[in-house]
Design a protein around this ligand. Structure first.
Ligand SMILES: N[C@@H](CCC(=O)N[C@@H](CS)C(=O)NCC(=O)O)C(=O)O
Length: 135
C-alpha cells in the first residue's frame, strides 16, 4: 500500500480522507486514539514531531535522503495525492494542459486555506463522509 493516512475520526484528517475517497485512491487508514495519546508516541512522532493528526506517508516516493515521503498538515496531505496520484493538480494536469492544472491547484489551495483559516474544518467536511465539495 503506497499511502497511509494517520488520523482520527472527527479530526482534520477528514480533509485529505475526503479527497482520497472521492478519487478512489487506495490508502491505508491508521486510526490514532487521541484520548490515550497515541499521536504523542513513537513511531508516529517520527512522522509528525508536532504530535498532531493528520499525517500522510507515501512509501512509493522517496524524499531527499532516501526515506519514504512523510507529510504533516492536512493541506499538504491533500495536495500531494492530487499532484502525484490523480495528476489532477500536478504536472501537466489530467487533461494535459499545464494551465488547467495550475488553475485547479490554485482553486484547491483556496479551499484548503479557507477551511484552515476562516472556517472550522468540520463544517465543510463532515466526518460521516456525506458532505460534498463546495466546488
Ligand atoms: N495545522 C494542523 C492542525 C492539526 C491539529 O490540530 N490536529 C488536531 C486534531 S483536529 C490534533 O492532532 N489534536 C491532538 C492534540 O493536539 O493533542 C493541520 O491542519 O493538520
Amino acid at each position: 500500500m503506497a499511502l497511509t493516512l494517520y488520523g482520527s475520526t472527527r479530526s482534520r484528517a477528514s480533509m485529505p480522507r475526503w479527497y482520497l475517497e472521492e478519487h478512489a485512491i487506495p490508502y491505508h487508514w491508521e486510526n490514532l486514539d487521541l484520548q490515550t495519546g497515541e499521536h504523542r508516541q513513537e513511531p508516529y512522532t517520527t512522522t509528525n514531531p508536532f504530535t498532531k493528526v493528520p499525517a500522510l506517508v507515501d512509501d512509493s516516493i522517496r524524499a531527499p535522503g532516501g526515506k519514504p515521503l512523510q507529510l504533516f498538515e492536512n493541506g499538504a496531505s491533500l495536495l500531494h495525492p492530487g499532484e502525484q496520484h490523480t495528476n489532477e493538480l500536478g504536472g501537466r494536469g489530467s487533461d494535459g494542459d499545464p494551465a488547467h492544472a495550475a488553475a485547479r491547484r490554485a482553486l484547491a489551495s483556496r479551499w484548503i486555506l479557507f477551511a484552515n483559516s476562516t472556517r472550522r474544518w468540520h463544517s465543510l467536511y463532515p466526518a460521516t463522509g456525506t458532505g460534498s465539495s463546495p466546488a
